[in-house]
Ligand binder design. Structure first.
Ligand code: GLU
Length: 430
């Protein structure tokens, strides 16, 4: 190989990896492939490759020390041909326009996969909630709703929790919207506390959905869940409840981590002890001396690996070292496209994020239906309905992957985008 070739190859690989790490770019790439597989022309891709609406807002907040701080927030609506847009609001220092746009497209895909009557939406505020007081968070949440109130509403765009937002924040947002509209509007937002029209099972819905996907995946791989060794990266809402559910089902949780690092015990960790010690941001590993890094955690010997933290964790660099035979993405975007191909080629069953984490929005839909009808379901009813949706969605995507000979991510995109494309076509937009 000549010196020029090797430099060219290196540049190309670096470029590919760079593109693969960009969530928005990689989302568009897979959408284009999925639409082509489904036989749609380029006009459909032109419509669906970007959100139809993106609002940027600046939110002034009076801080506890008397100063005013201006926060930047977004609300992105990908496509509303199927119905109102739907999706969470995240509070995070790294929130940015591209990420919010990509995440709103993913919400369209999640709603398509689960057959919910929604298009995708997503919001975010660039802030560090860990550095803010309770009252500062309240003022920020209310300010955000005032800033976006023109484009959201129970039949327009319905927000929900996401990274570092919770039922208290949903309650403030619902209250602010109700005051602005001068009537009680529980259906404006989901993920509310039960007493304000929240749904049974919403808090645990994402983890339940992931558990159902794991149940289906182990069947396909011929593995017994009882005794299976599981590693979970991330101990927030999804990761911690998931650890509990899998532990209760007899699986052995051999590694977990939070933002500071992970802990590992090949004989199985004491999950109840860890749950007791986690704070509301899902952090605990500072308690332990013998911590391992998040990267080491991903490469631990195990049967099932669940990245439930942040994006771009499994990349071309470490995909060859993953030992699990099943990877279930509970976080949004934890595996790059290149890594997806590496894992698939290695025979690892990858359950993609837009399927695995769709339990949250599914129970959000149930919450919205209950708010609209003013009649509430039991936890058991919610769980049975969720189970039906998740099992059907998993089967549909698994069959699509088999029949089209594509990886599970592309299959999920095909199933997810089909409904949006069909609805846009029937409306005469394309
Ligand atoms: N934020 C969650 C997600 O990304 C839930 C969205 C919702 O409940 O609308 O799926």
């Amino acid at each position: 190989m000549s010196a020029t070739t090797s430099i060219d190859t290196l540049t190309k690989e670096t470029q590919e990896e760079k593109e693969s790490l960009n969530l928005f770019y990689s989302t568009q790439t897979v959408i284009q492939k999925a639409l082509a597989k489904l036989g749609y022309n380029n006009e459909m891709f032109e419509l669906l490759k970007e959100p139809i609406r993106l609002l940027t807002v600046r939110i002034p907040v009076r801080m506890d020390d008397g100063s005013v701080k201006i926060f930047t927030g977004y609300r992105s609506q990908h496509n509303d041909s199927v119905g109102p847009t739907k999706g969470g609001v995240r509070f995070h220092p790294e929130v940015n326009e591209e990420e919010v746009k990509a995440l709103s497209i993913w919400m369209s895909l999640k709603c398509g996969i689960t057959n919910l009557p929604y298009g995708g939406g997503k919001g975010g505020i660039m802030c560090d909630p860990k550095q803010m007081s309770f009252r500062e968070l309240e003022r920020l949440s209310r300010g955000y709703v005032r800033a976006i109130s023109q484009v959201v509403g129970p039949t327009k765009d319905i927000p929900a929790p996401d990274v570092y937002t919770n039922s208290q924040i949903m309650a403030w947002m619902m209250d602010e919207y109700s005051r602005l509209r001068e009537f009680d509007s529980p259906g404006f937002i989901t993920g509310k506390p039960l007493v304000l029209g929240g749904s049974q099972g919403r808090e645990t819905a994402t983890a339940r959905g992931v558990t159902i996907c794991i149940d289906e995946a182990v069947k396909k791989k011929g593995i017994e869940l009882k005794g299976a060794r599981v590693v979970i990266q991330g101990f927030g809402n999804a990761g911690s409840y998931l650890a509990k559910f899998l532990h209760d089902a007899g699986a052995k949780i051999v590694g977990v981590s939070d933002v500071y690092g992970g802990i590992h015990d090949p004989n199985g960790l004491d999950i109840d002890y860890l749950l007791d010690r986690r704070d509301s941001f899902g952090t605990f590993s500072k308690l332990f001396d013998n911590t391992i890094s998040n990267q080491e955690l991903l490469e631990l010997d195990c049967d099932i690996l669940v990245p439930a933290a942040i994006s771009n964790q499994i990349t071309a660099k470490n995909a060859h070292n993953i030992k699990a035979s099943i990877v279930v993405e509970a976080a949004n975007g934890p595996t790059t496209l290149e890594a997806t191909h590496i894992l698939t080629d290695r025979g690892i069953l990858l359950v993609p994020d837009i399927l695995a984490s769709a339990g949250g929005v599914t129970v959000s839909y149930f919450e919205w239906v209950q708010n609209n009808q003013g009649y509430y379901w039991s936890e058991q009813e919610v769980e049975e309905k969720l189970c039906k949706v998740m099992v059907n969605s998993f089967d549909n995507i698994y069959q699509t992957a088999q029949s089209h000979k594509v990886d599970m991510r592309l299959a999920a995109y095909m199933v997810g985008i089909k409904k949006v494309a069909e609805a846009s076509q029937f409306r005469g937009w394309v």
